[in-house]
Design a protein around this ligand. Structure first.
Ligand SMILES: *Cc1c(COP(=O)(O)O)cnc(C)c1O
Length: 227
């Protein structure tokens, strides 16, 4: 095991991000969230060692197991669907990227109030239509944003989206630009909403051109997953 060429891969990704930022002209800073799902905890440790201190997992159980095995102060991000009976595990994560339903929002809010500190979360919005299982539709976003202003147990830090794997380049641009507009709408509704989590291994350069502040990268850093 091990990820011997990770430092080189990170350097390449950072160069591509810088170039994409320059093309896009949004002037944002970009955080790489290293997605270690399906890899062992050695991937999270390796990421940390090359300067990627933000690590993303899409499943709570898998993440908690790795947290017990990693002895460096990684900032863990939850990027996948969260079941409402697991909201207490949010204590272990710096950010929930996947606030994907009103019911989950209510549970997360109750948990944030109970612990006495609001939970930081991104609203997941599905701009590409149909296929994906989770996330608010664009038409649901504004009503939900209004409703969330009264939920003191959650702090809405921005928008997360996933583009369709089959989208053309122009469709990707449109999806990510829509997410940027949605983030602005959240700000207008009174949320802090400074983050735009969008872009994966196959589309992160376009996402950064359109203003992504967080890219979630797995394959391009750690190689293909076998499950
Ligand atoms: C797996 C995953 C990623 C990373 O995907 P890659 O294509 O391997 O970079 C990003 N975001 C979410 C929500 C994921 O589940």
């Amino acid at each position: 095991m091990g990820f011997p060429d990770l430092a080189q891969r990170v350097a390449d990704v950072r160069a591509r991000i810088d170039a994409a930022r320059a093309r896009g002209g949004h002037g944002q800073r970009v955080t790489i969230v290293a997605v270690t799902k399906s890899h062992g905890s050695d991937a999270a440790k390796a990421a940390y060692d090359v300067g990627l201190h933000d690590v993303g997992e899409n499943k709570v159980q898998e993440a908690l197991k790795k947290m017990g095995e990693v002895d460096v102060p990684v900032r863990w991000h939850l990027i996948g669907h969260l079941q409402r009976n697991k909201v207490k595990s949010l204590e272990q994560f710096v950010l929930l990227h996947s606030l994907d339903s009103s019911r989950l929002a209510d549970s997360v809010c109750a948990y944030g109030l109970a612990r006495g500190r609001a939970v930081d979360a991104l609203i997941e919005v599905n701009f590409s239509g149909g296929k994906t299982k989770y996330g608010f539709s664009p038409s649901e976003l504004l009503p939900e944003a209004e409703r969330l202003t009264s939920l003191a147990g959650i702090r809405i830090r921005g928008v997360m989206t996933m583009a369709s794997f089959t989208a053309s380049e122009s469709e990707l641009h449109r999806t990510f630009a829509d997410a940027r507009d949605a983030r602005e709408a959240l700000v207008e509704a009174g949320h802090p909403a400074e983050e735009l989590s969008m872009g994966m291994s196959n589309d992160y350069e376009i996402a950064v051109e359109e203003g992504a502040t967080m890219v979630r990268l797995g394959t391009t850093l750690f190689g293909a997953r076998d499950k």
